[in-house]
Ligand binder design. Structure first.
Ligand code: NAD
Length: 256
């Protein structure tokens, strides 16, 4: 079992995998700083344990994050695990989505990860320990129709996290970049509310706990890339070596 952190900072902790991770870690004795813009979600997260404290913070606001991180370390202790899980996923064809959507998706899904990573990693490096876990997605490798904004933000998280890892490996901090296929969380409702790719009907949806288990196992085994779910790594390989085959499947599924 992975060494349990004493203090964890989790963004997107008001829902889905961030919320589940907050509850799991708190149950195991970790003091958890749960960050989100979803006040109701944060209340629900904190309800389960007195070890969870909440910060209503937008990950795009680097100043607010810097102040919160000072507060978290003063009140809970040195942060030794970060889970960057905040994200949004409004879908649609590029020419039918407002410009604002592209900017917002990149600001939250990518800049948010950069903000938190750059604020917390120097502290972890100074202490020579900690786990920095960034949620990308299989969408960070595999572009599909309707998903340009989200895919681009996740490609960016993949590239940023890979470089960050290689620049700072071997100094006691463990890194993981998580690339799941669809997972049963409220994030998928955003696709239902905007554009639901038919491809999603064909894809199996993972349980959130399976993704969290895969992260623990990767940290235990010093693995940087996390591809949870059966067949996920195979899809990743197909994209690398046979991209046209995958695009044909995507076009066939969506019908254009
Ligand atoms: N669910 C999936 O199918 C899936 C698949 C691959 C990767 N992921 C990634 O996993 C991570 C967790 O996703 P999830 O499925 O648990 O999603 P979710 O929608 O259940 O939770 C995401 C949380 O992020 C919060 N958030 C959104 N904007 C924010 C902001 N500006 N500041 C702070 N918090 C903000 C939301 O309020 C929400 O509580 C995300 O990075 C997501 O992209 C999800």
């Amino acid at each position: 079992m992975s060494e349990r952190p004493k203090v964890a900072l989790i963004t997107g902790a008001g829902s889905g995998m961030g919320q589940l991770a907050a509850r799991n870690l708190a149950r195991e004795g970790t003091r958890v700083a749960a960050l989100d813009v979803n006040e109701q979600g944060l209340l629900a997260t904190a309800e389960s344990s007195q070890s969870i404290r909440t910060w209503n913070i937008d990950v795009t606001d680097a100043d607010a994050l810097a102040a919160a991180i000072d507060e978290i370390e003063a009140e809970l202790g040195p942060i030794d695990r970060v889970l960057n899980a905040a994200a949004i996923m409004p879908l649609g064809r590029v020419l039918e989505q407002d410009l604002d959507v592209f900017h917002r998706v990149m600001a939250i899904n990518y800049n948010g990860v950069v903000n938190v990573s750059k604020l917390v990693l120097p502290r972890m490096l100074e202490r020579g320990r900690g786990d920095l876990v960034n949620f990308a997605s299989l969408a960070g490798w595999l572009p599909t129709l309707y998903m340009a904004a989200y895919d681009a933000s996740k490609f960016a998280v993949v590239a940023f996290t890979e470089v960050l890892y290689h620049e700072n490996r071997g100094q006691g901090v463990r890194f993981a970049c998580v690339c799941p296929p669809p997972v049963k969380t409220p994030l998928l409702d955003q696709a239902r509310d905007t554009t639901w790719p038919k491809l999603f009907d064909k894809a199996a949806q993972l349980e959130p706990q399976d993704v969290l288990d895969a992260i623990d196992s990767a940290l235990d085994n010093d693995e940087f890339w996390v591809f949870p779910g059966k067949g996920t790594k195979l899809t990743w390989r197909l994209r690398r070596f046979l991209p046209n085959l995958l695009w044909k499947r995507v076009h066939d599924a969506e019908g254009f």
